[in-house]
Design a protein around this ligand. Sequence first.
Ligand code: ZN
Length: 402
Amino acid sequence: MLITNVRPWGGPLAEIAVEDGRITAITELKSEVDIAGAVDGRGRLALPAFSDVHCHLDSTRIGLPFRPHTGSPGIWPMVMNDRENWRDAEWTVAERATHTLGRMIAQGTTRVRSYAQIDADCGLERFEGVLAAKETHRDRCEVEVIAFPQAGLLREPGVPELIDEALASGAAVVGGIDPCTLDRDPVRHLDVLFGLADKHQVPVDVHLHEPGELGVFSVDLILERTRALGMTGQVTISHAYALGSVSESTTRRLVEEFAELDVSMATVAPAQNGSLPLTELTAAGVRVGLGQDGQRDYWSPYGNADMLDRTWQLAFTNRFREDELIEHCLAVASRGGASILDRDLPRLASVSDRPGLAVGDQADILLVDGDTPTAAVMDRGRDRTVLHNGRVVAEGCELLDK
Ligand SMILES: [Zn+2]
């Protein structure tokens, strides 16, 4: 199978050969060629397809009528607002998750790690909805589902048992959340969480919204358990809005320990100041991935299932202007995230590393119009072709039937 007339990472015109879902050759072209049966790139850029490593497919309302935001600030009030409203959605969780995942794939995402909320109110209903979406799109996208105690592990009875059940029935990752501020018992929260991870031999992903030194306190407890259980390369910290707002020496120590234990970071490119510096994380060898978080849900009206849009937001919130740094955001949004889901993939070597389109790589490719990769981030054109495992799964931001 051939993809002709493309410019990998904005380089010279080339032809990409694919066999058994992997890139087997990349050959430079002198001019555009017309080959029957090939995917014609028409001179567009070829980029590695996106990996969304932090989204909440169980809460999305993309595709449904816009509804005014009714939540009040703070995690618990937001959880309660969601709890009061999600059952009134016009579609089931499975229908909403399937639609949104389809929109994500259609716009260039072929690897996803999604949370599925599990709590005393919804039980496994939302988790099962996300599993249904994964099943529907199994030939178009790889999906990992996180069993996620959004309302805490300890505040309401029976939650660890439900998470345990989900991990035995299709969840690939166990999630934790704000061990200090939500459950107010960080040691017990993390002992239950890492106990479940150890029992099921699955990775851990912790939502951390805690401020400054309190967040550092939780992170140190996470690092302690990562070491004790030999879970190097098995832990991701999501958000961590405030870990860059503490002293420089503490930030440096955390970045070094993340690199040493291969603890990865998932960011959703928030507006807040104080996040750990992206370029320093990469330079230190910490895997960083990007995600869209909740998308047009009961938590937030933002998100549109387009990771190219979120890549723009990552560049914008980092105040990047140089092409190298904006292209680095593309590398984070694609192979950075993929390397969190598949630890056999190497970490990004530097801010100028542009992996994902070499011989041997899985042929998950986005073709998109743009003079350069940076221009594509700025313009976010709609003339896109999405390939997963060397097969075209979407054209012009619409899914192909099969
Ligand atoms: Zn989130």
